[in-house]
Ligand binder design. Structure first.
Ligand SMILES: [Zn+2]
Length: 259
């Protein structure tokens, strides 16, 4: 499933490929991908317009068509925008195909259709309406402390809650808690540990972005290379614990990660 770093890679890819191109038409090949907009309305909204900018907030992408008209895109589990030069065939699971006047096009392929495309009057309005929390990379310490204040749940559940904090998925939550030395089922963390946690969240997200979201390129000291039954902590050699927290498979080191 694409997480924040992968979505940031897609944002940069769209920025490199489709900005400034004039849209000739949109072809909706599967309307299950659309949210709260009909195929004719989507076609009419984009035809003749230009993608002016691409923004990311958490795992959402926003393509600007006009100051108050944006395409909102969530990749779900298998969403994949693919830029095609003239004459190139769209992928098999293309759900939406946007053609440009220069002959190139943008295919949105999505095998499992957990992704979503809709229209928004602006990223800010959309984020408020959907009650999406602040982006994990934009958030500063006072904002993070405020969000976490008076919350009772396990810290990992809070990190995964997109209404609190947008963009942290299962792998990165485990990785950040591992780096910060905090057990994922900890509750009521003090400000000192929350500060360490925010720094760790942002550090692992940035490290992944700097590796083009290719997780295999992260150093061996990362938990993700060891998260399998019998795997050992790369810091102290302890056998990792496996648990289910917030409904998700969780790995942590019972030695250096503390409640
Ligand atoms: Zn350890």
């Amino acid at each position: 499933m694409p997480e924040l770093p992968e979505v940031e890679m897609v944002r940069r890819y769209l920025e490199r490929t489709v900005l400034g191109k004039i849209i000739r038409m949109a072809e909706v090949r599967d309307d299950r991908i659309l949210h709260a907009v009909s195929p004719p309305d989507l076609k009419e909204a984009v035809a003749g317009r230009v993608f002016r900018s691409v923004r990311r907030h958490g795992k959402w992408l926003f393509l600007e068509l006009n100051e108050d008209l944006w395409l909102a895109l969530h990749l779900g589990m298998t969403g994949d925008p693919v830029f095609l030069n003239q004459g190139e065939e769209p992928p098999h699971h293309t759900r939406l195909l946007i053609s440009f006047t220069d002959g190139s096009s943008l295919a949105y392929s999505d095998t499992r259709i957990f992704g979503e495309i809709g229209l928004a009057t602006g990223p800010g309005v959309f984020i408020r309406e959907r009650r999406i929390g602040p982006d994990a990379l934009d958030l500063d310490l006072p904002g993070f402390l405020e969000l976490m204040r008076n919350r009772r749940g396990a810290i990992k559940s809070m990190l995964l809650n997109q209404h609190l904090l947008a963009g942290v998925g299962n792998l990165y939550a485990d990785e950040a808690l591992f780096l910060a030395g905090i057990r994922p089922d900890s509750r009521n963390l003090d400000d000192r540990r929350l500060k360490k946690l925010l720094a760790s969240v942002q550090r692992v997200l940035r490290a992944s972005i700097s590796c083009q979201a290719d997780l295999h390129r992260l150093p061996d000291g990362y938990l993700l290379h060891h998260r399998h039954p019998g795997g050992r902590c790369p810091l102290d050699g302890t056998i990792l614990e496996r648990a289910t927290i917030a409904g998700r498979t969780t790995y942590y080191c019972p030695k250096h990660q503390q409640l």
